[in-house]
Design a protein around this ligand. Structure first.
Ligand SMILES: Nc1ncnc2c1ncn2[C@@H]1O[C@H](COP(=O)(O)OP(=O)(O)O)[C@@H](O)[C@H]1O
Ligand SMILES: N[C@@H](CC(=O)OP(=O)(O)O)C(=O)O
Length: 842
């Protein structure tokens, strides 16, 4: 192909294409004209425009309406109104900006005149009630033709010499209406003749349109203006093609699907070819002429012309940290073929592809099992029935005289083809591992997969309903600096409130120092919920919750949460939430809980939750259920996992009871000490819940169960902290009166102990090898000797002593602050980070 440089110019052309979004509104078109004028000063320019905004869709609706015997005129009226409105608005703007060099003629009569044959055509369609692709293409041509009329007139009005070119006059195509292919040689000849008349003016071409040799109008397929522009660039031997649209370049993912998507600075032509093939922003055939002619392409944003956009050239970038693009192709069907016996020498894959090609069904992806015993193909959903019929017919007959033994064809739909495209992939290890790992982490099943032969792409076929979550998760795994986790926090009591404050304070540092981004997706209390998949600023949760009128519909919230990357349910309540945990784990949500009740629920329930977590590969972290943020559970798990034999566990787990024991030892009467502890916020709202020993019993049970002891709460021997007769009153005042009646007896006991050199502590004791008839787990008040580790505890301090086979002589001790909102919340945050860090391997 001989490049046709502008005869009067030494410099080569630049081709600028403006899409429907750039020409469909006056403010954008104002920018577009400005860009053209500036570019013209630097050298020769050819412009390609699309139909304004949604005009092409409207024209299709008009044809459909006419064919259905309905009025099509309202659609044409709306298009005319849009075009005339944009032209008027733009004239005003140019005038106000002092840019109007010539006053343009009123364009409405010209536009009405242009549309007249369209109205007649639609009338004809209405009469015959028949709509062929050929008729439709002719109707569609009016969109681009109207744009050219307006753009040329206003360029001239702005002082830029411009000529209108109906690209049908040079784009010679075959007669595949709706999807025509241009003939490059014939088109170049035609254009050569036409271009002589431009003589230095900016030529403004209709995108998308062509004509057969015998003069019938064709279109190049939806979004075909990109293709027109690429052809024009090739024939003109342009130095560059610019595609101006409404986003700042080719983004790492569809910005409508992935909020965090960002523009890719530099792509190779091969990468862009793969992206175009998958229908990502470029028309699938745009790249071919540019590759042939080695012409660079820039994708730019008309509304933000200062943004650099995306450069697509022959070499691309060698930057190893180059982002990759995630493309999802929805509404596909996956057809699975499997032989029960080999089909002679011919492979089923080959035969299947041939059968589909003969039936005119395009295949999105095909993957074969080794030696072709099984084969899966993904096709557009609308082609699924045709594809199935073609395959059934193909494999229904025998080959080489052998009976065909094909299992019934399985059709799964809707499915989505999820593809990762990036040049760097062939040079980076473990791309497949990270890709499938990210999908596995959110419980997405891969139905089929393919790794591009050019090492530039990797694809997975997934269920349609998983699309949004999968795209976001894969995008985050490859393109975001920080691992994102999404929290739904249940409960805004002391622990919940403190946790949210700690998240607000730490969020920034965690993102910059640990590459972990903690996103607060929702908060729920007993009356309402607030949920925002884009994230609630952690400092604003309180206000947002107060403003919310959404009821706390947990199943609905879990359904939304599970669609976000690394979803975590954070339970800061003291309710029976086992059913919530089950639902969460079942749908792929991790759980972090400070709540003891699900762990202390009946053994089959607790075990069911553990099994569900294991089966769904979700984490359930609950370190704070015993000893707040002290590493009690982790230590015990470590001992058990490394095969140590636990001989005995003893501990003081209740900060409240530890505090009370200390106060009594100092001579404070029981009822006073309890009143005081309640006033300090150490006790539950009704102190009976602490004094009964039930809370400590639950903690002891949690530890015992870690040892595999199949016990329920009723197997724990509980002796309350205060005599049971004092605990029966619901009414607080009567409760305190009854408690005061015990003051003297308790004081006398404490005094006796003091004289014997002992102190009172409330301890839990677990003895896995207790003989039959002796409770293996017991909690209650114990008089301890002065050299016992519990004797040294101060205030709300807690301790646990593990006596094991390896720690026999000196028990392993864990000791420190064992209660309080701040330490518990810090423990919950640690559990959340444990999950985030384990996934972060990037
Ligand atoms: N990966 C992606 N990068 C950029 N845009 C994308 C991507 N995926 C989907 N899009 C969508 O493509 C749109 C641009 O294409 P289109 O509407 O055809 O533009 P135009 O009207 O300029 O031809 C964007 O507004 C965006 O919503
Ligand atoms: N107007 C045609 C052709 C085109 O390319 O449009 P856009 O550049 O707006 O995607 C369509 O909507 O398919």
């Amino acid at each position: 192909m001989t490049p046709q440089h502008d005869p009067g110019q030494a410099r080569p052309f630049r081709v600028m294409k403006f899409g429907g979004s750039s020409v469909g509104a006056a403010d954008r078109l104002f920018q577009a004209l400005d860009l053209i004028a500036r570019e013209r000063q630097a050298g020769p320019v050819a412009v390609v425009v699309s139909a304004m905004a949604d005009t092409t869709d409207r024209l299709i609706a008009a044809v459909d309406a006419a064919a259905a015997g309905l009025a099509a005129d309202p659609h044409v009226d709306a298009i005319e109104a849009l075009v005339v409105g944009v032209a008027r608005d733009l004239t005003d703007r140019l005038q106000r900006a002092g840019l109007l060099v010539h006053v343009p003629e009123d364009l409405s009569p010209a536009i009405a005149e242009l549309m007249r044959p369209l109205r007649q055509l639609l009338l004809g369609v209405g009469l015959v009630r028949e709509r062929t692709l050929q008729t439709r293409d002719l109707a569609l041509s009016f969109g681009e033709r109207a744009s050219v009329l307006v753009v040329r007139a206003l360029l001239v009005a702005r002082g830029v010499d411009a000529v209108a070119v109906d690209a049908r006059d040079w784009t010679v195509t075959d007669d595949r209406f709706g999807q025509a292919t241009p003939d490059l040689g014939a088109s170049a000849l035609q254009l050569g003749d036409l271009s002589a008349a431009w003589s230095g003016a900016v030529s403004v071409h209709t995108g998308f349109l062509g004509r057969t040799r015998d003069g019938r109008t064709t279109t190049l397929g939806r979004n075909g203006s990109d293709y027109t522009a690429a052809l024009l660039a090739q024939i003109l031997g342009a130095a560059e093609l610019q595609i101006w649209t409404d986003v700042s370049g080719v983004m790492t993912a569809d910005p409508d699907l992935v909020l965090e998507a960002y523009p890719v600075a530099h792509l190779s032509q091969a990468e862009a070819l793969e992206l175009g093939d998958l229908g990502m922003i470029l028309h699938p055939r745009t790249m071919a002429p540019l590759i042939e002619a080695r012409i660079p392409l820039r994708v730019r944003n008309t509304a933000r012309p200062a943004d650099p956009g995306t450069l697509i050239d022959v070499v691309g970038t060698r930057d190893e940290r180059h982002p990759v693009c995630v493309v999802s192709t929805e509404d596909l069907a996956l057809l699975d073929l499997e032989t029960r016996r080999r089909l002679g020498h011919e492979r089923i894959g080959e035969r299947a592809l041939r059968a589909l090609a003969n039936a005119g069904v395009p295949v999105w992806v095909g993957t074969a099992a080794p030696r072709d015993r099984a084969f899966a193909v993904a096709v557009a959903r609308q082609d699924a029935a045709r594809a199935e019929a073609a395959l059934s017919a193909e494999f229904g007959r025998t080959t080489e005289g052998e009976p065909v033994e094909l299992a019934p064809i399985r059709v799964r739909q809707p499915v989505t083809l999820l593809t990762l495209v990036g040049e760097a992939m062939g040079r980076t290890p473990n791309v497949a591992g990270r890709f499938f790992g990210a999908l596995g982490q959110i419980g997405v099943l891969v139905r089929a997969s393919a790794q591009g032969a050019g090492e530039r792409s990797i694809s997975a076929v997934i269920d349609g309903e998983d699309t949004a979550t999968a795209v976001r998760t894969v995008h985050a795994a490859f393109n975001l600096a920080a691992q994102e986790v999404n929290l739904l926090v249940l409960g805004k009591g002391t622990v919940g409130r403190e946790l949210l404050a700690q998240i607000a304070a730490q969020q920034q540092a965690l993102a910059s120092n640990q590459d972990v981004f903690i996103k607060l997706a929702g908060v729920v209390d007993s009356k309402r919920a607030v949920f925002d998949p884009a994230g609630i600023p952690a400092a604003q949760w309180d206000v947002r919750l107060q403003e919310s009128h959404v009821p706390p519909d947990i199943p609905a919230l879990l359904e939304r949460l599970r669609r976000l990357p690394v979803p975590i349910l954070v339970d800061c309540t003291a309710e029976d939430t086992s059913a919530v945990y089950e639902a969460a784990l079942a749908c792929g949500i991790h759980v972090v809980g400070a709540n003891k009740r699900p762990l202390a629920a009946a053994w089959p329930i607790r075990q069911g939750l553990m099994d569900m977590a294991r089966k769904r590969h979700r984490r359930w972290e609950y370190e704070t259920t015993v000893g707040a943020s002290l590493p009690v559970i982790d230590t015990l798990k470590g001992l058990v996992r490394t095969g140590d034999a636990i001989l005995r566990i003893e501990g003081s787990f209740s900060g409240t009871l530890g505090y009370l024991a200390g106060e009594l030892s100092r001579g404070v009467p029981l009822s006073h000490a309890v009143r005081d502890a309640r006033a300090r916020g150490y006790t539950e709202p009704h102190p009976r819940d602490d004094l009964s020993g039930l809370d400590v019993a639950r903690k002891a049970l949690i530890l015992a169960r870690e040892l595999g002891m199949e016990l329920d709460l009723d197997a724990v021997a509980i002796e309350p902290f205060a005599p049971p007769e004092a605990l029966g009153h619901d009414d607080l005042e009567r409760f305190f009166l009854a408690l005061a009646e015990q003051d003297a007896a308790v004081a006398a006991r404490i005094e006796r102990m003091r004289q014997a050199g002992r102190v009172l502590r409330y301890l839990a004791q677990i003895d896995p090898s207790a003989p039959a008839g002796v409770p293996a787990v017991r909690v209650g008040p114990v008089e301890v000797e002065p050299d016992h580790p519990a004797a040294r505890l101060r205030g709300t301090e807690a301790f646990v002593a593990f006596t094991t086979d390896r720690h026999r002589a000196y028990p392993l001790l864990v000791q420190g602050a064992g209660a309080g909102g701040a330490v518990t919340a810090a423990g919950v945050l640690t559990d959340i980070l444990k999950i985030a860090m384990s996934l972060r391997g990037r």
